[in-house]
Design a protein around this ligand. Structure first.
Ligand SMILES: Cc1ncc(COP(=O)(O)O)c(C=O)c1O
Length: 435
């Protein structure tokens, strides 16, 4: 066994050997050495309640016994062949995805990450449609590669290199900071209509595809109104544009009661991309599309590690666990309890300016009375909660949204613990509670 370094030793070594662009969530990060269920442990044995699940990835809890056993069994039987050889786990996984995705989505390509899934879906959309241009949303995050960062609408995650061509951004459905200065009761869904304006004024009128997250994850749990995606889909169909729902964060039950987030909006996408929670932390990504698109978009494809037996078997075990433990229902019930708790905090702390999300995909945006983002405060709150033994995420264009996206196994008691910790951190940070 490798000797476990102290937090200070590891920090020093990391700074020496890891590229500096790979930032840490905490200003003083713990050395995490163990995970069990909804808890993480550092090298000194300190316990942390994990309300961020890696980055929205550990869907059924850390080191779930059944899932881990299946992973180990597969590792000891057959680890690798690559997609040019025939193995069963990838095909079983694809069959399962066809069963749990909406409509006639039934043809899958398995990758190693969400970035690759989005890349591959866009490639197929382009091949199938014979068109090129892509529409994305402002405040989105779709991955790290050249194309995926070019369709990302957030400067923090876009390197200053020549972006991929033919990408156009529409306004996102950000009701708290409406780009059209409207309120939900009088907005006439201007944000959805913006997609048509973008098609008419920024493209050839024949874009290939639009990609959108049902709830923007890195963007800070930005949750569109109920009618939004229906209106967008109508416009896309009018112009013959395909639609990719990027469900890398919202997928596999996180939004509660549905396998995929887009179902909350009653819309049928042409592609769903997924990753993160699908294999509970083992590297995986996938897109699924219709037979018609897959046939039209044919071009030889390969992925050395994509669909490997270990990740595929693990993903199947994760999906079975979500069903057996009724975790989609848990995400809905505990998610509602969490939102209520956050709304309750708003009564004392108006700086918790907007609480939004669905299921266990929740964000609390911090702002002052003029809606100025409380960015430093958000960072401090995440640090204080960590010191108190609770791990929270952070995001949004301004870094001022607390992201709460725990394993789907979380309980109401866990939520109470988290809310207590958040209250303490708010008291220490934003100070002026309303009595
Ligand atoms: C919505 C969304 N799409 C794509 C990605 C990229 O996934 P990966 O980091 O697995 O490449 C992410 C990662 O955070 C994401 O949140």
């Amino acid at each position: 066994m490798t000797a476990v370094l102290s937090r200070e030793e590891l920090k020093k070594k990391r700074e020496q050997y890891i590229v500096p662009g790979v930032k840490q969530l905490f200003s003083d990060p713990p050395n995490l050495v163990k995970g069990k269920g909804v808890y993480l442990y550092d090298e000194k044995g300190k316990e942390y309640l994990d309300m961020f699940a890696g980055i929205v990835t550990v869907s059924v809890g850390h080191c779930h016994p059944k899932v881990t056993a299946r992973t180990i069994e597969q590792l000891q039987t057959l680890q690798h062949t690559s997609t040019v050889f025939m193995t069963q786990p990838m095909v079983d996984l694809a069959e399962k995805l066809a069963q749990i995705t909406p409509g006639d989505l039934s043809k899958t390509f398995v990758t190693n990450s969400g970035t690759e899934a989005n890349e591959a879906a866009i490639r197929m959309a382009r091949l199938a449609s014979g068109r090129n241009e892509v529409i994305a949303l402002r405040h989105s995050y779709h991955g790290e590669s050249h194309l995926a960062s070019s369709i990302t609408g957030n400067h923090t995650w876009r390197p200053d290199i020549m972006p991929a061509a033919g990408i156009h951004f529409a306004a996102n459905a950000y009701c708290y900071r409406c780009p059209f200065k409207k309120t939900p009761d009088n907005c006439n869904l201007e944000c959805a209509k913006d997609v048509e304006r973008v098609i008419q004024t920024q493209t050839s009128g024949r874009p290939a595809v639009m990609i959108a997250e049902p709830i923007q994850g890195v963007g800070g749990a930005i949750t569109p109104p109920d009618a939004y995606f229906g209106e967008v889909k109508k416009i896309l169909e009018q112009y013959g544009v395909l639609f990719i729902a990027d469900e890398v964060q919202t997928g596999v039950g996180r939004t509660g009661n549905h396998w995929f987030g887009i179902t909350n909006w009653g819309v049928q996408p042409d592609f769903i991309t997924m990753a993160k929670g699908l294999a509970n932390g083992l590297p995986i990504g996938a897109f699924i599309t219709t037979p018609e698109i897959a046939n039209h978009g044919q071009k030889q494809q390969i992925n050395t590690f994509g669909g490997n037996p270990v990740s595929s078997t693990t993903a199947l075990a994760v999906l079975e666990t979500i069903e057996e433990e009724k975790l989609m229902n848990n995400a809905k019930v505990v998610g509602e309890y969490l939102m209520e708790g956050l709304r309750d905090l708003q009564k004392t702390f108006p700086q918790v300016a907007d609480v939004r999300g669905k299921g266990l995909m929740v964000g609390a945006e911090l702002a002052d009375e003029h809606k100025n983002p409380l960015t430093k405060e958000a960072a401090r709150i995440v640090d204080l909660a960590k010191d108190d033994g609770v791990i929270l995420g952070k995001g949004g264009l301004y870094g001022n949204t607390i992201r709460v996206k725990p394993p789907l196994t979380i309980t109401k008691e866990n939520v109470d613990t988290m809310l207590k910790s958040l209250r303490k951190a708010l008291e220490a940070t934003v100070k002026v509670p309303v009595s």
